[in-house]
Design a protein around this ligand. Structure first.
Ligand SMILES: [Zn+2]
Ligand SMILES: [Zn+2]
Length: 273
């Protein structure tokens, strides 16, 4: 990664935070929050359901058209679905070991922000992990121009409701989702309960799970990475799994990967023995 790319990413993250601060201090209108209420849930689904459970782990199958919609939802928060998929698969391969760029052992700053500025893996390594997605020209385009959809949304919001709507509707979701993702990367690898003896230090963290709509059941996720459901029990709420079920019921996705009771019991028994 070049110096210029690092500066661009660091500048982008700093600018998003400063813009949000300026908009909040400068005053916002009700319409700005209406835009937020529409965009934030879509962007959150774009991170948890699209980027993480679909593009990184293929927890379900879908059509080429809906796959494109999922990639666009991921892009609402300046996320790059294919890049994330490659990087995240490397996280699972090297979890909490030397090659894990956002392991807590690298320090809080590196885990929370540093790995977003420089993910530590070469573009070649990331592409190798996620190359199958690049067979579709529309995904290859988004891989090269990941920020374009979010910038277009910001432009439309600016034209509709001015500076504050652009920031509250277009930038605030990205800022919140950045911190939610980093909370999983950090706290769910050093604080919480370990229900499964995985090779990494992943944990189930109730508070993070509630704040990230199910992503905080991270020890479960490291044990069963392909499972569409991270909260494996009724007492482990997983809103993103609920969204996947709704998509399945609507016929938008299929082949949803689930862990049957027998497999779950075997995994639990393996821990006790
Ligand atoms: Zn992890
Ligand atoms: Zn994962």
């Amino acid at each position: 990664m070049t110096q210029w790319q690092r500066a661009y990413r660091a500048g982008g993250i700093a600018a998003l935070h400063l813009l949000v601060l300026a908009a909040v201090l400068g005053g916002t209108a009700r319409a700005d929050w209406l835009a937020f209420a529409v965009i934030y849930p879509l962007a959150a689904i774009g991170v948890g359901v699209a980027m993480h459970r679909y593009f990184a782990h293929r927890a379900f199958a879908t059509s080429r058209a809906f796959q494109w919609v999922l990639a666009l939802m991921a892009a609402l928060s300046f996320g790059n679905a294919v890049h994330f998929a490659g990087k995240h698969r490397l996280h699972h391969r090297h979890s909490d070991a030397e090659g894990d760029v956002h392991a807590p052992r690298q320090g809080w700053w590196q885990c929370w922000f540093g790995s977003l500025i420089d993910c530590g893996y070469s573009d070649t390594a990331i592409r190798r992990e996620a190359s199958h997605w690049l067979q579709w020209p529309e995904l290859a385009f988004l891989y090269r121009h990941g920020s374009l959809p979010a910038l277009c949304v910001c432009a439309v919001l600016y034209a509709t409701g001015g500076f504050s709507m652009m920031v509250i509707g277009g930038c605030l979701p990205a800022v919140l989702l950045l911190h939610q993702s980093s909370a999983v990367n950090y706290f769910c690898h050093c604080r919480g309960r370990r229900d499964f003896a995985t090779r990494d230090a992943s944990t189930n963290n109730v508070l993070v799970a509630l704040l990230t709509y199910g992503e905080g059941w991270h020890n479960n996720h490291h044990r069963f990475p392909r499972s569409a459901r991270a909260g494996l029990h009724w007492w482990q709420p997983d809103l993103f799994y609920g969204v996947i079920c709704i998509f399945e019921w609507l016929g938008l996705v299929w082949e949803v990967q689930r862990i049957d009771a027998q497999r779950l019991r075997r995994a639990s028994l393996a821990l006790q023995s």
